[in-house]
Design a protein around this ligand. Structure first.
Ligand SMILES: [Zn+2]
Ligand SMILES: [Zn+2]
Length: 366
């Protein structure tokens, strides 16, 4: 089968013929149909996040279960599944208390880039085994993953849309609805409106936010933010001080909620500065691992909160099928985020288009 492999950070992905082993206990093989092109892949590909190589990248996959290994009970061949960026084991203290995106096993899976519970890798070229980003490795014709890494969804949902629920869209919607717990009428500012930020705008709207403000440097993204529910947009290229503009738009106070989805340390500081006393600032973007931020501790005495989020604090087995239902019912237009699709052979072009800001979100159709 074909797979897109990163041999070294900052080099193009190589599309190569590789072999894939059968699923072992509690694992499944997926025939991939569509995979979202996410900025998180790029952070690893550029070495901003540490990663073992060689590695099959890609993590927003949707496809059909081809085979199941011994002991699999949650899905069967023929089921349509979306793979989740944040693995959850189901038994650790975080999983037990209903916070599966904080699962203790997830960090191992992310750092080791192999199957959960140190179960190794299934893709190889001769005897050289490839790592699998997030234990997935979705830029490929097939992947073998743990059964708990996927959510079963309705078979008639379009794979090239709902694949985005594996990471970016759930992160953004969940940041607004779960992490910030936006209440009807609240003001929400979203910094950075790529896939995650636009989804945060949709999440704020779903939650009934009163005033939604989007901040971004590209006009096409701001236009889409308006279409998806933003009441005001701010382009920092045109405004001296976006924080002052947010305050102006929120009665001089600042917003109830700020969501940072740009993954830039200085933007996290701007987001925190944009909330009023007692407000909540949610960091959903992925800044480089070595980045640092600074705040005046006095601001915490004003009751301000800053909080991180992993995949929008979702419970994937409950939230993903619900969001698919909402999309299918026309209540959640996530298809509007997708402005281009590519073939697996064009995966490097897809990342170029992302870096050149030619696309909101693109999808690899396999
Ligand atoms: Zn767990
Ligand atoms: Zn992602």
């Amino acid at each position: 089968m074909k797979a897109a492999i990163l041999y070294e950070p900052n080099t193009p992905l190589k599309i190569e013929d590789v072999e894939i082993d059968d699923p072992q206990a509690n694992e499944i093989m997926i025939k991939l149909e569509a995979v979202g092109v996410c900025h998180t892949d790029l952070s690893f590909m550029k070495g901003e996040m540490p990663i073992p190589t060689p590695i099959v990248v890609g993590h927003e996959g949707c496809g059909i279960v081809e085979k199941v290994g011994p002991g699999v009970t949650s899905v069967q061949p023929g089921d349509k599944v979306v793979s989740m960026v944040a693995f959850s084991c189901g038994i650790c203290r975080y999983c037990a208390e209903g916070r599966p995106t904080l699962c203790l096993e997830y960090l191992n899976v992310m750092m080791m880039a192999e199957l959960p519970f140190f179960a190794g890798k299934r893709v190889h070229k001769g005897d050289q085994y490839m790592n699998q980003l997030f234990g997935l490795g979705s830029f490929a014709e097939y992947c073998v993953v743990h059964e708990r890494a996927v959510v079963k969804i309705q078979n008639d949902a379009p794979s090239d849309v709902v694949c985005l629920l594996g990471c970016g869209v759930t992160t953004g919607i969940g940041a607004a609805t779960n992490t910030a717990k936006v209440r009807p009428g609240e003001s929400v500012v979203v910094y950075g409106v790529g896939g995650v930020g636009l989804s945060a705008v949709m999440g704020a709207k779903l939650a009934g936010a009163g005033n939604i403000i989007a901040v971004a440097r590209s006009q096409n993204k701001l236009d889409m933010a308006k279409e998806l529910g933003a009441d005001h947009v701010i382009n920092p290229r045109e405004v001296d001080d976006p924080v002052a503009r947010v305050k102006e738009l929120t009665g001089g106070m600042g917003a109830d909620v700020a969501i940072e989805a740009a993954g830039v340390a200085s933007v996290i500081e701007q987001s925190f500065a944009s909330i009023h006393n007692g407000g909540r600032c949610i960091v959903a973007g992925m800044a480089p691992m070595t980045a640092t931020t600074s705040f005046a501790p006095f601001e915490f005495l004003l009751g301000k909160t800053i909080k991180g989020t992993v995949q929008g604090d979702i419970v994937s087995s409950i939230d993903v099928p619900r969001l698919v239902d909402m999309y299918m019912a026309g209540k959640l237009p996530i298809d509007k985020l997708i402005t281009k699709s590519f073939s697996l052979d064009q995966v490097n072009e897809a990342f170029e288009a992302m870096e050149n800001k030619e696309v909101l979100r693109s999808v690899i159709k396999i």
